[in-house]
Design a protein. Structure first.
Length: 462
């Protein structure tokens, strides 16, 4: 069998024919593997292929979150073709795809949908994209509390083909759709057929509201080990449910964005495989942060210029500049990473900032003392065998040791407080990426270093 790249080339060649004669190996693959092949194609090529695939296959492929550029691919199709695929998707997938389309694409697509599906999509699009309302599916199994287990199972068999999942069913109050309880398929299969649902269902099940963020949903699903969680509107009316796979998809997307930000790359740079990302697009995504960081690092040169006289009088100080600023940057990056992770896991609140600051100050002092002691010892050992640091090597060693304590402490405080400040301002804490923290600490670290040197060496070398 051909590998993915070879299949992509064969598919490309097939698309040049009319009608396309697809390689037989392609349809022997699982859906997820066909998606990998499509990801190797350009958007027009993938759209052309999808438009010629059997409709059931095209729908299954568009249900795969690993299919990159889904909204753009569907925009390339004729509206009637795209509508047929969208009609076959679950409600949450439809909303996701349409929300990511351009306004022009939405304008072309919505009128081609059936009235029922269009109303459903427009309802979901009212909610922000990363809230429970924005990611829920409205296709869930509802049960009447007057049903027996046998009646419930028969009802599930009747409606199963129309629902995204049937492993979680919700018992609703007739006439109001208020949530009375939840019952799993496992519970129904294990219960006596004549038992009424209220005796089998779990009363007061864990639920979320339409406005809860996907982080809140993820925490509840994780904490209570759920496969799905119902979504409630004001008044307790059930309007949908969120499945664990939907939450995982969003978490993967968020982690990708955070990893890019922490590496000083704009999110979206990896929408395409690395080798297929246009050169100009790759440069654009990377240049923004690099320019910002470069402008920040220019302040380092300004700080060095301010201490030009001190460096001229004690050239030995310049030897330790890389050591000092890199130690501060490393400690800041460590602290930033730890705090961002703790915030993501909900291990503390913003109101706990002082507890975090106090803990990081103590940590910075301890870590700085360890590095300072190593720096002092290193200079002392070298001075025992050479005069590279001159007759005042003790003052040089003391300057380096005290500067490391100050710079590492400052780096730790900066790295821990920046994510909290950004979160308080409503920005993404991941923006306080390691390069950004390092740039900030580089500039301030030089000021700390040369200020300590002036105080310690005043009257001798300086």
């Amino acid at each position: 069998m051909l590998d993915r790249e070879q299949l992509a080339e064969a598919l490309r060649a097939a698309l040049e024919q009319e009608p396309p004669s697809f390689p037989a190996d392609l349809f022997e693959l699982r859906d997820a593997d066909i998606v990998e092949v499509l990801n190797h194609l350009t958007v027009p090529e993938a759209a052309h292929a999808l438009g010629h695939f059997p409709l059931p296959l095209a729908i299954r492929l568009c249900e795969q979150p690993e299919l990159r550029r889904r909204p753009t691919i569907l925009e390339q199709l004729e509206p009637a073709q795209a509508a047929a695929i969208l009609e076959g998707l679950s409600s949450d997938d439809r909303a996701f795809v349409l929300r990511a389309m351009t306004p022009h694409g939405q304008h072309r697509m919505l009128p081609t949908l059936s009235a029922v599906v269009r109303a459903e999509v427009e309802t979901l699009l009212r909610y922000p994209p990363k809230t429970a309302g924005g990611i829920m599916t409205t296709e869930f199994v509802t049960l009447d509390p007057a049903m027996t287990v046998q009646q419930a199972l028969q009802h599930i068999r009747t409606v199963a083909a129309e629902k995204e999942t049937i492993y979680a069913c919700y018992v609703l109050e007739p006439g109001t759709d208020k949530l009375l309880g939840a019952v799993s398929l496992r519970d129904l299969l294990m219960a006596d057929a004549a038992t009424l649902l209220p005796a089998v269902m779990r009363k007061k099940p864990i639920a979320v509201t339409v406005r809860d963020t996907h982080d809140v949903v993820a925490k509840k699903i994780s904490k209570y080990n759920l496969l799905a969680v119902p979504v409630l509107e004001d008044g307790g009316r059930v309007v949908g449910f969120v499945t664990v796979d939907d939450v995982i998809d969003l978490m993967v997307e968020d982690e990708t964005d955070n990893a890019l930000r922490m590496g000083a790359v704009e999110p979206g740079a990896l929408d395409l495989p690395y080798m297929q990302t246009p050169f100009v697009e790759m440069v654009k995504k990377r240049a923004t942060w690099l320019v910002v960081l470069f402008l920040g690092e220019m302040l380092t040169a300004t700080a060095m210029g301010h201490f030009e006289d001190e460096i001229a009088k004690a050239v030995v100080l310049a030897l330790f500049v890389p050591l000092i600023i890199s130690s501060g940057g490393n400690s800041g990056s460590q602290a930033s990473t730890l705090i961002i992770r703790a915030m993501a896991l909900g291990e503390f609140r913003l109101t706990d900032w002082w507890k975090v600051a106090r803990r990081e100050i103590l940590s910075g002092l301890a870590l700085g003392t360890i590095l300072g002691a190593i720096g002092f010892l290193r200079i002392a050992l070298w001075s025992a065998f050479s005069d590279i640091y001159g007759p005042h090597w003790v003052l040089v060693a003391l300057t380096v040791a005290l500067s490391l304590i100050g710079v590492v402490t400052w780096g730790t405080i900066s790295g821990s407080m920046l994510p909290l400040i950004l979160r308080r301002l409503g920005a993404d804490p991941a923006t306080s990426s390691a390069p950004f923290v390092a740039t900030l600490v580089d500039v301030t670290g030089l000021v700390i270093y040369f200020t300590v040197a002036f105080v310690v060496m005043h009257g001798t070398i300086l």
